[in-house]
Design a binder for this molecule. Structure first.
Ligand SMILES: Cc1ncc(COP(=O)(O)O)c(C=O)c1O
Length: 428
């Protein structure tokens, strides 16, 4: 189904109005919707009278708020772009970014460098591309190694890119506290040596948040000081650093001054359709641009990506340095609510809820991931096992349905006694 939208100058108000006109009750009874001046009385909008000189755009219903992910709690990558993003795309410049001639992209890269307190930034197509390009550019030649948490996305879910692109070995470092890496963990596993039998650690790669858990700023500072004192580069997979910052763990600039390079995703909780930003020093990013080209990541009309990403940052992360005015904090509150719903019924969680992820300890309750998926489906909410991820497009009704799922799983469903694994999924 599609909708006709009349747009004049809409970025700021489109989102607000879309939440009115695209509400389930409205959409079920209306065929055409008219959006125009923010000041226009809602009655006029409801009467579907197009404004003078308005431009008519027909959009698929999936662009309207809250979007197709309203009952999907499997992951935040499932979020969908908003009408405001579509509007920004419609108004972007369309110059060539391989030639670095696109004003929207150039301004956005400058905006991101300023926002993060880094010298430069580079738009990339995905978080994976950002991580792998950064590692390739920080490393020189083998033998060399990257030290990281064993659950790190860079080794776990990036198709072996550290090996194929950088020819680096990986040194796993397991946090003694079971949550996040500390300097003591790093010192235990780092390899600083000229002994020709070893592969020296050249990069420490942290992920923050990792599985929704925050690495505290103080700890990152300690690790960074140690790394710098020993000539080791620091990379951050900050796909969800936005979440840590919105939770009040520290500002973007506080965190990012501890790293040489960092990538941050726009297409997770921030809901852009595509893209990540890589930030760091100019010299490193010049090399990153080169590597990006070599793997087919040179983008032509990049304004299409940059314009939507900017809306994602300004509206969904928020305009304040710690996500003030954005939409992430509310998702953390909802995650806490979900945790409470589970705990109140006798369940336990395997990790603390610090941001937007809730980890149900299914084995403890004798429940399988398959049961969770099945009961979720029956109640009309998409789940994939013990990990529940909240994003800003999740509607309140989804939590009501989830409560019914918990009720059934913990009270009346037949429990299994077998060994149960945490939900394994391709959704990250
Ligand atoms: C922590 C983390 N880093 C990197 C990525 C990679 O992002 P992309 O899917 O855009 O390549 C993901 C994807 O979910 C992720 O969760």
């Amino acid at each position: 189904m599609s909708k006709t939208v009349y747009c004049q100058k809409p970025e700021a108000y489109l989102d607000t109005l879309s939440s009115v006109v695209c509400s389930p009750s409205f959409s079920s009874t209306s065929f055409h919707y008219t959006l125009y001046s923010f000041m226009l009385p809602i009655q006029l909008i409801m009467a579907n009278i197009p404004p003078p000189q308005a431009q008519q755009v027909t959009v698929a219903e999936s662009w309207c708020s809250p979007g197709p992910a309203a009952y999907d709690l499997r992951t935040d990558t499932i979020t969908t772009p908003t009408l405001a993003m579509l509007q920004a795309i419609a108004q972007t410049t369309l110059m060539d970014d391989v030639y670095q001639e696109d004003p929207t992209t150039n301004e956005f890269e400058k905006f991101m460098a300023d926002l993060t307190g880094k010298e430069d930034s580079l738009l990339v197509l995905s978080g994976t591309m950002g991580n792998q390009i950064a590692l390739r550019s920080l490393l020189t030649q083998p033998p060399h190694a990257v030290l990281c948490h064993p659950r790190s996305h860079i080794v776990h879910s990036e198709a072996g890119g550290v090996a194929t692109l950088s020819q680096a070995s990986v040194q796993f470092c397991i946090p003694a506290n079971g949550r996040y890496l500390t300097l003591e963990d790093i010192k235990r596993d780092v390899v600083i040596s000229n002994n020709i039998h070893v592969s020296p650690t050249r990069v420490i790669s942290l992920e923050n948040t990792l599985a929704g858990v925050i690495t505290p700023l103080e700890e990152v500072r300690r690790i960074s000081q140690f790394a710098r004192a020993n000539g080791i580069k620091m990379h951050l997979d900050g796909a969800r650093l936005w979440e840590a910052v919105a939770a009040g763990a520290g500002s973007l600039t506080d965190y990012l001054e501890c790293f040489d390079t960092a990538q941050m995703c726009f297409s997770k909780g921030l809901a852009a359709p595509i893209g990540s930003i890589l930030v760091g020093p100019k010299t490193i990013l010049e090399h990153c641009r080169w590597v990006r080209k070599s793997i087919g990541g040179g983008i032509r009309q990049a304004g299409i990506i940059a314009s939507a990403a900017r809306v994602a940052v300004e509206q969904n992360f928020g305009r304040g340095p710690s996500g003030e005015g954005g939409r992430l904090r509310d998702t953390h509150t909802k995650a806490k609510q979900i945790e409470k719903m589970w705990l109140d019924r006798g369940g336990i969680t395997s990790r603390p809820v610090e941001t937007n992820m809730v980890w149900l300890d299914l084995p403890h309750s004798g429940i399988t991931a398959d049961q969770v998926v099945r009961v979720g489906k029956e109640e009309g909410v998409k789940l994939m096992g013990g990990r529940i991820v909240v994003h800003h497009q999740v509607v309140d009704e989804a939590l009501v349905r989830l409560e019914r799922v918990f009720e059934r799983l913990l009270a009346s469903e037949k429990k299994t006694n077998g060994v149960v694994h945490e939900g394994q999924s391709v959704y990250r």
